[in-house]
Design a protein around this ligand. Structure first.
Ligand SMILES: C[S@@+](CC[C@H](N)C(=O)[O-])C[C@H]1O[C@@H](n2cnc3c(N)ncnc32)[C@H](O)[C@@H]1O
Length: 258
């Protein structure tokens, strides 16, 4: 029996892969997370059973175990089982743990990658995560580290990488993240964009810089983009043939480059 671990993308159903769409139309059971967009769930076949296993903040600590049990139970009684996760299943979605647990229980697991919000979030705001003259790489990290994880993020090192920093699950800790990077010596003028609810009708982008990040409210779900690219909107409005700067940070970008 195969359980399909499927990426639902960041929100907009047009960003689903063709394979995901096909599986949603044929699944007997779809087990889905909190961040899966309702428009994506609308594509599930009407006869299919839908099980919401979305974990709310402060939810029970055994939630992950419970999800494994629900999936194994579904696999025992249904032909096609889809485990649907926001974005890509292997980017901070505990997809790795679920795949391991299912394999240990004797299941086959097929992974369908999805468009991660780590990429789609910046793109939806017109921010290229890499760009000549700005950043020759990007680093994706969590803003909400698991205290049980022994591989702690080295924020001092992150502050000096010189790549665009993309932070997931950082909305409620934006101020703390800024503090850590500033303490590590990152330039206070470094542009920051917080892209909230990317690719949905509620999408909103806050543009600021590192020193002022703590003065902004960032609503979850959001992607924090930290680096000179965060001031760009390369698909935005033109004024006299030039892109309108987002927060008049052009001079800051020049400062940072010097
Ligand atoms: C548990 S992680 C899952 C990430 C997911 N697997 C992915 O690849 O996008 C949840 C975090 O993803 C980010 N996220 C997911 N969807 C988003 C969206 N539409 N807009 C902005 N951020 C989003 C937020 O940082 C949120 O806290």
């Amino acid at each position: 029996m195969t359980i399909h671990l499927v990426g639902a993308g960041p929100g907009d159903p047009d960003l689903l892969t063709l394979r995901a769409l096909r599986l949603l139309g044929t699944a007997d059971v779809v087990v889905y997370d909190r961040l899966v967009d309702t428009r994506v769930l609308d594509l599930v076949a009407p006869w299919a059973e839908r099980i919401d296993v979305g974990k709310r903040p402060g939810g029970p600590s055994d939630a992950q175990e419970r999800i494994h049990t629900i999936l194994l139970d579904a696999a025992a009684r249904a032909e096609v089982v889809v485990r649907l996760k926001g974005g890509d299943p292997f980017v901070f979605g505990r997809g790795g743990e679920e795949a391991e647990a299912l394999r240990a229980a004797g299941m086959d697991v097929a992974v369908v990658p999805g468009v991660s919000s780590a990429i789609a979030g910046p793109a939806a705001a017109g921010i290229p995560v890499t760009m000549r003259g700005h950043a020759s790489g990007f680093t994706v990290v969590t803003g909400h580290e698991d205290p049980a994880n022994s591989h702690h993020l080295d924020w001092d090192a992150l502050a000096h990488l010189g790549t665009t920093l993309v932070v997931l699950m950082g909305a409620s800790r934006a101020g703390t993240i800024a503090e850590r990077l500033l303490a590590a010596g990152m330039n206070p003028k470094t542009p920051v964009a917080a892209v909230q609810s990317a690719t949905t009708d509620a999408q909103r982008t806050v543009r600021t810089n590192l020193i002022n990040l703590e003065n902004h409210t960032v609503d979850s779900p959001a992607i924090l983009v930290i680096g000179t690219v965060a001031d760009l909107d390369v698909v935005g409005d033109l004024m006299e043939g030039r892109l309108v700067p987002k927060a008049n940070f052009d001079h800051l970008v020049a400062d940072l480059a010097s």
